[in-house]
Ligand binder design. Structure first.
Ligand SMILES: [Fe+2]
Length: 248
């Protein structure tokens, strides 16, 4: 087997999810540098760079950590508290932390394509101009959509306006991995789709979806993202190194 160094892992990730696809302001890319010339024999993959994940990465002896969500979302002025803890662990073991966030949502074969494929959507196109989400036609009933959701995304999804589309056998479906159930999203999707599968439904979004007669399936932030992350993990395995999941 050819020697793989951290820098090669980054190149390989960026071939799949080019950083140029990321939406403006997204903190995608290298989060904590580490030694990029060191050999990588084991990669850890996780949805979140939580303390638990970072501690597991050390326990598992990973040489490189990949997370979908970035370490820092807002600009901070001081490395203290939990961020300091995380940095200390990663830096003392020289483990690079790399995130591919919205570029992994958007890219071909990424988290949103994985959802479109799971539901076997036809005539698929991006839901938004920036590439986020997917919109397509589902040949089947809401009942079948729910069956697939319960099997692969989330055991107990929240369903809004089930009765609106219950007797239909072709549906315009929108999917968006992660946090897609904001009021703004619901308002837009109600104009282009009949069923919307995403995550993180709030009380106000629920009321708005009810008012707009949009059928919503909340499969959870975790469930709607981890489904595609499993596929991405398989892609990383093709590098010829061991890959372990740390929070899914
Ligand atoms: Fe997310």
């Amino acid at each position: 087997m050819e020697r793989v160094v951290a820098r090669d892992v980054i190149t390989y990730i960026e071939k799949f999810a080019p950083p140029t696809l990321a939406i403006e302001g997204d903190n995608t890319g290298l989060q904590v540098e580490g030694d990029l010339e060191k050999s990588v024999e084991k990669i850890g993959v996780a949805l979140d760079p939580s303390l638990k994940v970072i501690e597991r990465a050390v326990k598992e002896g990973v040489d490189f950590l990949f997370t979908h969500h970035p370490l820092l979302k807002d600009s901070i002025r001081t490395f203290d508290g939990i961020i300091y803890e995380k940095l200390k662990i990663l830096a003392s073991r020289d483990i690079p932390l790399y995130s591919a966030h919205t570029n992994l949502d958007i890219c071909e074969g990424g988290l949103n394509d994985a959802l479109a494929e799971l539901y076997n959507l036809k005539d698929v196109k991006p839901l938004y101009e920036n590439g986020l989400g997917r919109l397509g036609i589902y040949h089947g009933s809401l009942k079948e959509i729910l069956k697939t959701t319960e099997k692969y995304i989330c055991k107990n999804p929240t369903v809004i306006n089930r009765e609106v589309v219950e007797d239909r056998d072709t549906l315009k479906v929108a999917v968006l991995s992660g946090y897609g159930l904001s009021q703004k999203n619901i308002e837009y999707v109600s104009k282009v789709a009949e069923v919307y599968i995403s995550g993180d439904l709030t009380h106000h979004s629920k009321i708005l979806a009810e008012d707009l007669k949009l059928s919503v399936i909340d499969g959870g932030h975790y469930g709607t993202e981890v489904y595609g992350l499993r596929h991405f993990l398989k892609y990383l395995e093709e590098l010829g190194v061991e890959v372990v999941s740390l929070d899914f």
